[in-house]
Design a protein around this ligand. Structure first.
Ligand SMILES: Cc1cc2nc3c(=O)[nH]c(=O)nc-3n(C[C@H](O)[C@H](O)[C@H](O)COP(=O)(O)OP(=O)(O)OC[C@H]3O[C@@H](n4cnc5c(N)ncnc54)[C@H](O)[C@@H]3O)c2cc1C
Length: 401
């Protein structure tokens, strides 16, 4: 699948990793992870930490799937409002899913600190803006339900929003528990760390085309006819899950991102908070450590790469126009842009864990605008499943829920 086009900023900023090669002989390992994006890297982290021998393979250059295209805003609030999620999956599961997303940001911060990784992680506040009257009503309802469940949230009215952030919208939800990161760099550093300290095996350009149960384990077959034998396989293929799962569990969309030229310190809004809005499709906005604005959105409900790419310039104009409506004084000028594919599920939640038709496999499919927080949740859960530690939260993200 063509996952992205254009020039993702993170690839230019960090460059490609040269340390990995194609698998050219058979391999045996305890756990094989398919996919070297943030989900695969975090799964390797938790498994290596638990003393499990792992190997990771990727059909591309390492970590250059959706992880390079991501804007990497870390928020506990998912695309589906909590009050809507309650209608879809019940109050207990919905609230727990939101709380797990909140915890996952702290977990990720802990991993970064523990491994001593420098990857532009910073804690941020976040604004969820009402795009119109209807959005403002939804935010009021959302505020009440989040407050009831002790989730961190403040409702800002029009006057406060104007005074504090110079933004003219009816209202907004505010929290100071969000974060931003350079996920591509984080991913590379996690893999390097465990390669050095735990003998993690990593192969790039190694495409898994078939998986077979042998009775005493599981074997992955590569396109170049190598066999990888393992006790278990973790599938962390991002949005390319269909060839491993044989089931469609998500809808694919196209999304667009642009990055400004560096600006002066005085050209930013207060707290440089993350910003998104209730309109669908929405725009999302963050800043970078080198004083740029990174913003994206205007998603289209299709995946066709040719159609997606043709729209790129039109989408850039639309995103910039919406940004300027929010910040009419901004001196923003375009520097890089790209577009990518992303998947979403009906309830906005990921699919994590075992699948009845795929013995000896775990899936880590973190879909939606909050894919990275779902990657953290999935990776930790897979460690628990593999090591036999009870984890009742697996019920929330199971297949056929
Ligand atoms: C434009 C954009 C903006 C986003 N913004 C945000 C955001 O602000 N916050 C957020 O939390 N999330 C965001 N997301 C989502 C987030 O980036 C993804 O959820 C996350 O990067 C997925 O990571 P992953 O490791 O699961 O997938 P990937 O990074 O795609 O990694 C999967 C890897 O598996 C490999 N692979 C697949 N199949 C095979 C196979 N059969 N054999 C071998 N290798 C295989 C692929 O080559 C790929 O490298 C965004 C996504 C996009 C596209």
């Amino acid at each position: 699948m063509n996952l992205k086009s254009g020039l993702p900023f993170w690839l230019i900023k960090n460059g490609l990793s040269k340390d990995y090669h194609t698998l050219d002989s058979d391999l045996e390992t305890e756990v094989l992870i398919i996919g070297s994006g943030i989900t695969g890297a975090l799964t390797a982290h938790f498994l290596c930490e638990a003393g499990v021998k792992c190997a990771i393979v990727d059909r591309r250059m390492v970590s250059t799937g959706s992880t390079t295209a991501s804007t990497a805003q870390l928020q506990y609030e998912i695309d589906v409002f909590l009050f809507e999620l309650i209608d879809l999956v019940g109050e207990e599961a919905a609230v727990r899913a939101y709380k797990l997303c909140l915890e996952s940001i702290t977990t990720l911060e802990g991993i970064i600190k523990k491994l001593g990784i420098s990857c532009d992680f910073s804690r941020k506040s976040s604004l969820y803006l009402a795009s119109d009257r209807h959005g403002a009503k939804d935010l009021e309802k959302e505020y009440a339900i989040r407050k009831k469940h002790q989730l961190p949230v403040t409702l800002l009215d029009r006057a406060t929003l104007k005074e504090k952030f110079n933004i003219d919208r009816r209202n907004a939800l505010y929290n100071d528990c969000s974060a931003q990161v350079d996920t591509y760099l984080l991913c590379q550093k996690i893999l390097e760390h465990y390669k050095k300290t735990c003998g993690l095996i990593v192969y790039s350009h190694t495409d898994i085309i078939k998986i077979e149960n042998t009775g005493d384990g599981i074997v992955a077959h590569t396109e170049k006819k190598q066999r990888i034998k393992a006790k278990k396989i973790v599938a962390a293929p991002g949005f390319e899950s269909e060839s491993l799962l044989n089931e469609k569990v998500m809808k694919l969309n196209s999304t667009y991102v642009l990055v400004s030229k560096p600006l002066k310190d005085t050209d930013f809004w207060n707290e440089r908070c993350l910003i998104w809005e209730t309109a669908r499709p929405y725009i999302y906005i963050r800043t970078t450590s080198d004083n740029r604005i990174m913003l994206g959105g205007f998603d289209e409900p299709f995946q066709d790469p040719k159609r997606r790419d043709k729209l790129m310039e039109k989408k850039n104009d639309a995103i910039l126009k919406r940004f300027k409506k929010l910040f009419p004084e901004s001196k923003i000028e375009l520097d890089f842009y790209w577009c990518g594919t992303f998947g979403e599920t009906k309830d906005g939640l990921p699919f994590i864990g075992e699948h009845p038709e795929h013995k000896d496999m775990y899936f880590a499919l973190g879909y939606g605008g909050n894919g990275i927080t779902f990657s953290v949740i999935a990776a930790e859960m897979i460690r628990d499943l593999y090591t036999g530690k009870a984890n009742p939260d697996t019920q929330i993200f199971k297949f056929n829920r």
